[in-house]
Design a protein around this ligand. Sequence first.
Ligand code: PAF
Length: 283
Amino acid sequence: MEILNNRESLKSYINAQKEQGKSIGFAPTMGALHSGHLSLYEHARKDNDIVISSIFVNPTQFNNPEDLEKYPRTIDKDINLLKKHGFVDAVYIPTINDIYPNGAQSKQYDFGGLESEMEGKFRPGHFDGVGTVVEELLRQVQPNRAYFGEKDFQQLAIIKKLIEITGLPVEIYGIPIVREENGLALSSRNQRLSPERREEAKLIYETLTKANEDFKAGKNPSEIRRAVAQTFDNIKDYTLEYISIADEETLREAHEFLPSKSYRAFIVVVVDGVRLIDNLHLK
Ligand code: PAF
């Protein structure tokens, strides 16, 4: 596996692949890799000649300095995992200057309202930061296809919109959430939970599953939201940041269920100061 530590080495690597007519699959990450990331690489491996990943903790997408500071950084472990797994041909680990030569600042985008829902309300500026880094990485890596996890479903929708806005020639793929055995969605942030908390946090997925049962039983969106809120009402050290029962396309809060539309439950719970995000398609 090639380790590309700066923009120049990436450039020569990409040029060599393009000259040979190789197709490139790309999965950007912020490191602290887990099986959710490996699943992105496995999909990329099937569709492309070459798989590239990047590891870059992007400062502009963190609206909370403490969250940025505490974000796990495990670069040696990540490289070993990538080597062992063997699905990635090259990993790009840019410096801050490679991505932000003029200083770490976000561009401003109009994502057609997608950016104002859910995460947009709780993490101001977050999606401008994500858009800026993803646009820059796609311009540098020039992949044919790029892969993102459905755990960050709103991010995935925003990135599809980014491609529409910029006209970048890349296909975007959303890959299903990978879960721990107990149902907790895999996340780099889970590393910050104690083993006991990690076990208890299965409650988040159980609550989403219950929301789906309520959907099937014909309950309306506000009844479902209320039931979820009640679940977390009296649990010490758990704070429900939001539960949204939303239209899967617009991500707007649903007030009734229409048969022509698809819906998804979105949740964020803060457990012992760790922000955990999850979602489930309602069917
Ligand atoms: O999902 C992530 O890990 C990040 O938001 C991404 C897409 C790598 C951009 O920094």
